[in-house]
Structures are given as C-alpha cells and as structure tokens.
Ligand binder design. Structure first.
Ligand code: NAP
Length: 249
C-alpha cells in the first residue's frame, strides 16, 4: 500500500469525484478526512467514512464550507488533533452556475469564484505551513479543461478553473524548495451529478468532440490523483494533467 500512514484531506468528498478520490487514496492505505460543506450532507459523509472503514482504513468526516476561512482553520485544527499532520490535500470542492455572460448575475460570478478559487486558496493556505514544516506534501487541485479552452455559458467557471491553474503553478514554485508539490488535474466530461444537469443536446455535442467516444468516470480522475499523491510523482510539480479522452489534445 503506497500511501500507508499518510493523511489525506479531500474537499467536497461526500459524493462525486471527491468521494471516489477519497476511496482510492484509502485503498492505498491513507487516513482520510471527508469534508462536506453543510449539515444536510453529514449522513452521506458518514457513509463514505464507513465505506473507508470497510476497506480497513481510518477516516473522519468534518463539516467546513471552504469559502469560510474560519471554518477551514477549524477543520485543519481538528485534523491535526486527530491525525497529527496532513500529507495530501485534494482541492476538489466545486460548483457551477452556468449561463451566458449577458444573463450572468453578479452573485453567479461570486459564488463560483468563491468556492472554486477562493476555497482552494483558503484550504491551501491553512495547510501549507504544516507541509512546509514537515518538508513534504502533495497538493492536487481539480481544475477543468474548461479552464484551458473556455466554454460558452461558463465564463465564471472557466475563470475560476483557469485561475486555479495559475494558483497551482505559483504555489508549486513557492513550495518546491520545501519538498511540497502542487499539480492540477483538468478533467474533461466526467459522469457525475454535475454533468447530469446538462441537456441531451449538450451531452451529444460533447460526445462528438471526444476522440475516445465515451465520457470519463470519476475513477479516471481518482487514478490520476493517486499517481500525483504517490512516491512516483515526487519530481512532478506545477503540472496540469488532462483527463479528457483526447478532447482538448
Ligand atoms: P459534484 O458531484 O457536484 O460534487 C461537488 C462537491 O463539492 C460536493 O461534495 C459538494 O458538496 C462540494 N462542495 C460544494 N461547495 C462546497 C463548499 N463551499 N465547501 C466544501 N465543499 C463544497 O461535482 P463533481 O463532478 O464530483 O466535481 C468535483 C470537482 O471536479 C469540481 O471541482 C468540478 O469543478 C471538477 N470537474 C468536474 C467535471 C465533471 O465533468 N464532472 C469536469 C471537470 C472538472 P454538497 O454535496 O454539499 O453540495
């Protein structure tokens, strides 16, 4: 088990891609922190904890809205009390508020930038001191191909995911001398609740531009996250890995 003894925090991991990443890291022996933003999700988060325990690994569920720095600090404090350290951070929490620019309300812009970009800043800042002190750590940011190529109707989401790539590279440069890597994963179309919301027409259009001729699964993203968290990726930092079936090659 390549991650035995490591502690991993995955934001927004009570469902979707975050949940599958958490399970994958746990399968490799990591101790997991399952983060969720609101009390309503406590039960799903607890179910993920139980699935992880069934794998023979340890896990705790902690509520914290990543947009709220005080909640994030409280979560990190609890992780330190429970597990003593944090070795792997996956900034996965993300939302969409899709609409064309002319119809986009200021609150649609703010909400998406707050969760997808400021959320990653808050959690990374809160854990970076721990990683720098221990002179090791892995930061994995879940961006999107939309941050690389843009998408009509997603100017807020594209800006947040492009911003996350710039953030990743800057953090990678700052923390590399301390043995901490920071990389981004840019998934294409992955089948989750997020993509379930799209109309059949959009889904059909998407499929027509994917050379692999199929949509990605959360496992495809989780396998890449596992690689970036593993010993084998220690000399990779500031990288953006696309997991998109060739969509943006
Ligand atoms: P999802 O099923 O909608 O899951 C998003 C997760 O983020 C949920 O657990 C959600 O919690 C959590 N979250 C939302 N706001 C939060 C906050 N303020 N604080 C903490 N957690 C919060 O989406 P997904 O498809 O798994 O997406 C996961 C990540 O992959 C996102 O960053 C997304 O942008 C990215 N991505 C997805 C795709 C795709 O095709 N699916 C493609 C590229 C990138 P609740 O359940 O409580 O809402």
């Amino acid at each position: 088990m390549s991650l035995k003894g490591k502690v991993a925090l995955v934001t927004g991991s009570s469902r979707g891609i975050g949940k599958v990443i958490a399970l994958k890291l746990a399968e490799e022996g990591a101790k997991l922190v399952i983060n969720y933003p609101v009390a309503d999700e406590a039960e799903s988060a607890q179910q993920v904890v139980e699935e992880i325990e069934d794998l023979g690994a340890e896990a705790i569920a902690l509520q914290a809205d990543v947009t709220a720095m005080e909640e994030v600090k409280g979560m990190v404090k609890e992780v330190k009390q429970e597990f003593d350290t944090i070795d792997i951070l996956v900034n996965n929490a993300g939302i969409t508020r899709d609409t064309l620019l002319l119809r986009m309300k200021e609150e649609d812009w703010d909400a998406v930038l707050d969760v997808n970009l400021k959320g990653a800043f808050n959690v990374t800042k809160a854990i970076s001191r721990i990683m720098m002190k221990q002179r090791s750590g892995r930061i994995i940011n879940i961006s999107s191909v939309v941050g690389l190529m843009g998408n009509a109707g997603q100017s807020n989401y594209a800006a947040s995911k492009a911003g996350l790539i710039g953030f990743t590279k800057s953090v990678a440069k700052e923390l590399a001398p301390r043995g901490v890597t920071a990389n981004a994963i840019a998934p294409g179309f992955i089948e989750t609740a997020m993509t379930d919301q799209l109309s059949d027409k959009v889904v059909e259009q998407m499929l027509s531009v994917i050379p692999a001729n199929s949509f990605g699964q959360p496992e495809d993203v989780a396998d890449t996250a596992l690689f970036l968290a593993s010993e084998g990726a220690k000399y990779i930092t500031g990288e953006v890995i696309r997991v998109d079936g060739g969509m943006t090659m």
